[in-house]
Design a protein around this ligand. Structure first.
Ligand code: 5GP
Length: 130
């Protein structure tokens, strides 16, 4: 069965899209640690990061860097953190999280966003993609 993220790529489930190319897709996390928390995924559905072929792994990191630089330019924060966990959704995803302190990186503290908040943040980040 297709993962929830494959359904997002196909547009079967809505998302606040940030960026897309032939092989990768970036969208806002629906339950963000902080505003601007973004997920970058390969279109190829693979569960575990280290099971990606090297080309896809390197491509995902390059794509995540591009999106991360846009987040850093759009969202006031100390820095953008990058982490891969994958215990919830079995489709590789890189978390890009605007950080100001360690709590922002813990996944214990969440900042609920309204639909308008998500739309505004997505537009701000998209405008900074180079
Ligand atoms: P992990 O698998 O790395 O533990 O976390 C999965 C992440 O995906 C979580 O941060 C969760 O909020 C996010 N997530 C789960 N389902 C959806 C969804 O349907 N849409 C979006 N945008 N994010 C999701």
């Amino acid at each position: 069965m297709a993962s929830i993220f494959t359904k997002i790529i196909k547009g079967e489930i809505p998302s606040y899209k940030i960026a897309e190319d032939d092989n990768f897709y970036a969208f806002l996390d629906i339950n963000p640690n902080t505003p601007g928390h973004t997920l970058c995924i390969p279109k190829k559905e693979v569960d575990r990061l280290l099971d990606l072929d090297e080309e896809t792994y390197m491509g995902l990191m390059a794509f995540s860097r591009k999106v991360g630089l846009a987040i850093e330019a759009a969202i006031p924060c100390d820095r953008v953190g990058l982490t891969v966990i994958g215990l919830e959704v079995p489709h590789v995803h890189v978390h890009l999280i605007p950080l100001n302190d360690m709590r922002d990186a813990t996944f214990q503290h969440k900042v609920p966003q309204s639909k308008d908040d998500f739309m505004e943040i997505a537009e701000k980040i998209k405008a900074k993609i180079k």
